[in-house]
Design a protein around this ligand. Structure first.
Ligand code: TAP
Length: 480
């Protein structure tokens, strides 16, 4: 196998040792895929990073068969304590290789290195540590009389948090005793494949985790495979609907984590400095490629002008550019297709009458970029107030009373998350109680912890990931 030495920006001392090409990870080893291979590219300069194998239906079959064998012969027979040891070992290896994983994630996804280094990778390790601790306690944790694993889980994940979504899926599934076949997104397979090397380093028994790369059709083949007992999907609501149809009537268990259009509600008594930072983090973190992003700012009318002015001032200080530069705040958009979607929805926003403001910043010549953008004068009927943009675009709406804020916040088919900014605890609790969103942050935004369940209402999906609820999604007969 040949290796490419990738030397990132000089500030980063890490040297990534990447293979020139990656196979499918089946039964503990990298094997050729029988579908046509594809290149994964860096969205910040459009250069090719590595060649990636693509799994055909036969390859999916091989991966599921390996997972079934590993379930029957090894994993289901192993004590929770021993499973936990593997998960602890994986968590420690993620920490040891944190720098390399962060660089690879920023390279393949486009996100700023300070986010992959300080948020994504530490959370990945914490997810494995957290669920490692559950593995030997399943029988005594009040999860039901005799909680048992479901069997083989088929997991399909998106491109916005490639390694973190992998951790959200794998850690609870393995702790509960399931084996897994996981498909990463086509544009961001790199860290999942480096993670496969970590599984080898950890001596995880062959077949317990299989990683198959490919297009959406590979995911569809995995979902409909008759020997898959549980399907877990994170991605768009449209694909989630297709998967729900494919799974209906098969007896497979299903968890769906889908899109969002979160309201970030700012009352006139909010701690304003903190709120400005929270609004910026809420929508511009990870270029807005966040399912729970605070993409609709609902601001009380009396402080609208002050908040918008301060936001513009703050956004003008953000640095857009090389994701591997540790001073970068806004990285690259993950793909040309996603950039086209953001541009299209922003143009529609302008055409429908909202006022567009864009932070002034130099846009690199190569790669996919979109400068932080704010729309004011947005009406509830505008597409930018209804559709998930999944990019660095904030829509600002106003309200006068708490009742109006609640009605506007709930006026969406989604229900994943929301934020409330106010000095009054009683107001926060009263408003939170009436918001139809799975996760509600108060005077903060985009906070994640493995012990806290995460998931949506309505078209944002069902089932919870994280915490004890995330574990019961992988157990038979367990009460959550
Ligand atoms: P999707 O296009 O839905 O893709 C998600 C994954 O599904 C990818 O691996 C994709 O493969 C695969 N896929 C595509 N078509 C499929 C099919 N018919 N059957 C099975 N798998 C299929 O979403 P995306 O563009 O990657 O991610 C963005 C969306 O995900 C946003 O709407 C966002 O809100 C949502 N999201 C939600 C959450 C949570 S926690 N609720 C978290 C992150 C993202 P390819 O990459 O090869 O197309």
């Amino acid at each position: 196998m040949s290796f490419l030495e990738y030397a990132p920006a000089p500030e980063s001392k890490a040297i990534l040792k990447l293979r020139d090409s990656y196979g499918l990870f089946i039964n503990g080893e990298f094997v050729d895929g029988s579908g046509p291979s594809f290149s994964t590219i860096s969205p910040s300069d459009e250069t090719r990073i590595a060649e990636i194998a693509s799994a055909s239906d036969e390859d999916v079959d091989r991966a599921v068969a390996a997972a079934r064998r590993a379930y029957d012969k090894t994993w289901s027979k192993m004590s929770g304590r021993d499973r936990g040891k593997y998960l602890f070992r994986i968590a420690r290896l993620v920490q040891e290789r944190a720098r390399e994983l962060a660089v690879a994630e920023s390279l393949d996804n486009g996100k700023p290195i300070k986010e992959s280094r300080d948020v994504d990778v530490p959370l990945v390790a914490s997810w494995f540590f957290y669920y490692a601790g559950w593995a030997d306690k399943l029988d005594y944790a009040g999860l039901g009389a005799n909680p048992r694993a479901l069997g083989v889980a088929g997991q399909v994940i998106p491109w916005n948090f490639p390694l973190l979504m992998l951790a959200w899926k794998l850690a609870p599934a393995l702790a509960a005793g399931n084996t897994v076949v996981l498909k990463p997104a086509e544009t961001t397979p790199l860290t999942a494949l480096i993670f496969a090397e970590i599984l080898q380093q950890a001596d995880l028994p062959p077949g317990v985790v299989n990683i198959i790369t490919g297009a959406g059709s590979t995911g569809a083949a995995l979902v409909r495979h008759p020997d898959v007992d549980k399907v877990a999907f994170t991605g768009s609501t449209g694909v989630g609907r297709d998967i729900a149809r494919a799974v209906a009537g098969t007896g497979k268990k299903l968890t769906l984590e889908l899109g969002g259009k979160a309201a970030n509600i700012v009352f006139d008594d909010a701690p304003i400095d903190q709120a400005i930072e929270g609004i910026v983090n809420g929508i511009f973190f990870n270029q807005g490629h966040v399912c729970c992003a605070g993409s609709r700012l609902l601001v009380q009318e009396s402080i609208h002008d002050e908040v918008v002015d301060r936001l513009k001032t703050r956004l003008s200080t953000l640095r857009l550019g090389d994701p591997l530069d540790k001073n970068t705040d806004i990285g690259a958009i993950n793909s040309a297709a996603q950039l086209a979607r953001i541009r299209e929805l922003s143009d529609i926003g302008e055409a429908e009458g909202a006022e567009r403001w864009t932070a002034e910043c130099a846009i690199p010549e190569k790669g996919f970029w979109f400068a932080p953008t704010i729309f004011t004068g947005v009406e509830a009927s505008h597409r930018i107030a209804r559709d998930e943009v999944f990019g660095p675009v904030l829509s600002v709406l106003t309200f006068r009373t708490p009742a109006e804020a609640i009605a506007k916040a709930n006026n969406t088919p989604y229900g994943l998350s929301a934020g409330i900014w106010s000095d009054k605890g009683s107001r926060i609790l009263a408003v939170a109680d009436r918001l139809r969103a799975g996760v509600i942050w108060a005077n903060t935004f985009n906070r994640f912890d493995p012990s806290s369940p995460f998931g949506g209402y309505k078209e944002s999906g069902f089932g919870r990931e994280g915490g004890r609820q995330g574990l019961t999604a992988y157990l038979q007969g367990a009460a959550s």
